[in-house]
Design a protein around this ligand. Structure first.
Ligand code: SF4
Length: 214
């Protein structure tokens, strides 16, 4: 049976409420001190675990302290320094290119709007929304693999395209919850709704999920 928009919004609110009860400390798990460090960490996190990124950035941010250090570094050295995050050559190019643009066109300040952020080399909507939500407190939604999968399981989207999902989910969840939703869903995806073996029998959302195996 087709779910009305009102019912869907009520279910979304209840899902957020319950997820907060089991993940009260949910937040971005990447370590950073500045907007630029978060930008770099987010670029590194593509196809890599946040745990691995945090290990790499611990030394990286001691060596490269500001955007200009990344912008004018040797690409070869930077690539070597981030090697264990995977796709290191491409990621080094993205980090150096975006840092250069930030230094030369934005006075060393990471832009605070999506249009300028996505114009930075190697920065897509996912990275841009992460920076907007975490740094500038602008309600934003990061659509990562957990969000695509679990929003689908919860019946909030049938789309696989991140931008379409983002717009669809924004209609259902309250604006104040957009930024935290991703972190809550990532926590749930890691602990309970695990890809290929979701633990529906342990899930706090079981009565709200159309895909439960129970
Ligand atoms: S009930 Fe199962 S499929 Fe649905 S969110 Fe929970 S673990 Fe995932």
């Amino acid at each position: 049976m087709r779910e009305s928009k009102i019912k869907k919004r009520e279910r979304a609110q209840e899902i957020i409420k319950r997820l907060w009860t089991i993940y009260p400390d949910s937040r971005c798990s990447l370590h950073y001190n500045t907007a630029h460090e978060l930008l770099v960490a987010t670029i590194l996190s593509a196809q890599c675990t946040d745990h691995r990124v945090n290990i790499v950035t611990k030394d990286l941010f001691l060596k490269y302290k500001k955007p200009s250090d990344f912008a004018y570094s040797s690409l070869e050295n930077l690539s070597r320094d981030i090697h264990s995050c995977g796709y290191h050559n491409q990621k080094a190019k993205s980090i150096q290119g975006s840092s250069l643009k930030i230094v030369e066109e934005h006075n060393e300040v990471v832009p605070n709007n999506i249009n300028e952020l996505v114009e930075l080399p190697g920065v897509g909507r996912k990275t841009a929304n992460c920076v907007l939500g975490e740094i500038y407190n602008i309600p934003s939604m990061v659509i990562d693999t957990h969000m695509v999968r679990i929003m689908g399981l919860l019946g909030f989207t049938k789309n696989k395209d991140a931008k379409k999902i983002e717009l669809e989910i924004m209609e259902v969840f309250d604006k104040k919850d957009w930024t935290s939703l991703t972190h809550l869903i990532i926590d749930h995806g890691r602990a309970v709704c695990i890809a290929r073996r979701p633990k529906c029998d342990e899930c706090i959302l079981v009565d709200l999920c159309p895909s439960t195996s129970l």
